[in-house]
Write a protein of this length. Structure first.
Length: 372
């Protein structure tokens, strides 16, 4: 999973990115690293992995990972080359979702680029730049497609879609609120890789005092939540999530080991870090889940889409597993831990043999049988 982090300058975006990627580099026995100055990889926290690793005496534990792409602080005119944001907009086109960091705190020592705190205005500023960037892509595509539209039905259909879509976005609307006429148009729209078609997670960056109450008393957070709710309502789908975070606190958490982190969170009156919140929101928004594999050599989490059938889930490990799929031997994580071993679970009839039509569930511990 790849998430792109955007936001205006001085909203806490870089602080959040740096703390998330530092936490990833230090939190597990896995080669997490910074790929380049604006991309970092962090593990998906999953307490089930350590339990299974201990149960199987695994040589290594490999969590699922998330790749974060940090986009330089966007400003008005970024899509036209203003500021530093434009050079990175292309990088974010391949992400699965956008994390939009919004400033919801007052601090006279940190100057806001607009001179005042207004999260909805800030969201609209960023959205407008993303719309402009998308329109540039669409207009180039339309010019190319229109040349063959007269003698090609598919090209004609795409041209008609592009005309409607451009008008929709020129009015200031996001691509994800565009009403497609059929499944073919929906598939075509998804193939354009538009920034404003991607689901968004609003990270409401608050002061430490607002963290314990999840921002319920913060008027700025309320406005962000209202804006996200309105987006979902207009788009008739849950394409926007909001979670409250304190980037400064995340930076402090990144310096701690697991035991220190737990104590620190308890002192703050919160149960999970911002990274944990972000990952849960991402999985929920994108309809993702994890299944597990375990053995003496490795215990590992694999991220798949909800509704994935067993052969396709096997293909996440290796294409041969999918091609030569015979069956999947499955036990739920809870049953396996309760029984203490795979064989004990099997003796109690808790290990199931499932075929090609089985839909993998979150927390399934799976052993694939295949032959190629």
């Amino acid at each position: 999973m790849k998430l792109g982090i955007v936001g205006l300058p001085n909203v806490g975006k870089s602080t959040l990115f740096n703390s998330l990627t530092k936490a990833g580099a230090e939190s597990a026995n896995y080669p997490f690293c910074t790929i380049d100055p604006n991309v970092g990889v962090v593990p998906v926290p999953d307490g089930r992995l350590k339990v299974l690793g201990d149960l199987y005496h695994s040589e290594r534990i490999t969590p699922a990972v998330i790749e974060f792409v940090d986009i330089a602080g966007l400003v008005k005119g970024a899509s036209k080359g203003e500021g530093l944001g434009n050079q990175f907009l292309a990088n974010i086109r391949e992400v699965d979702a956008i994390v939009h960091v919004v400033r919801c705190f007052e601090d006279s020592n940190i100057i806001h680029v607009e001179g005042s705190i207004d999260p909805v205005r800030d969201i609209e500023t960023i959205n407008l730049e993303l719309i402009f960037s998308d329109l540039e892509i669409l207009e180039r595509r339309y010019s190319k497609v229109k040349k063959t539209a007269a003698g090609d039905k598919n090209a004609a259909k795409e041209a008609a879609l592009l005309e409607r879509l451009v008008k929709h976005m020129e009015a200031g609307s996001l691509a994800r609120s565009f009403a497609c006429q059929d499944e073919d148009e929906t598939a075509l729209l998804a193939s354009f890789n538009l920034l404003t078609y991607k689901p968004v997670i609003y990270a409401a960056n608050v002061a430490e005092n607002d963290l314990a109450g999840d921002g319920t008393e913060n008027e700025y957070v309320k406005k962000v939540r209202e804006h996200a709710a309105a987006e979902c309502e207009s788009e008739q789908a849950a394409v926007a999530e909001v979670f409250v975070i304190c980037a400064q606190i995340e930076q402090e958490i990144a310096e701690l080991d697991e035991d220190e982190k737990k104590m620190f969170l308890e002192e703050l009156g919160i149960s999970e870090s911002g990274l944990d919140k972000l990952i849960r929101a991402s999985y929920r928004l994108l309809g993702l889940m994890s299944y597990l594999t375990a053995g003496p050599k490795e215990t590992r989490a694999w991220t798949i889409e909800e509704g994935t059938k067993a052969p396709q889930a096997a293909g996440k490990i290796h294409s041969d597993f999918e091609r030569g799929f015979i069956r999947a031997e499955i036990v739920s994580y809870n049953n396996l831990v309760e029984c203490g071993s795979f064989n004990a679970a099997k003796e109690k009839g808790l290990v199931r043999s499932e075929g090609k039509d089985y839909v993998i569930q979150d927390g399934d511990v799976v052993l694939f049988r295949f032959n190629v």
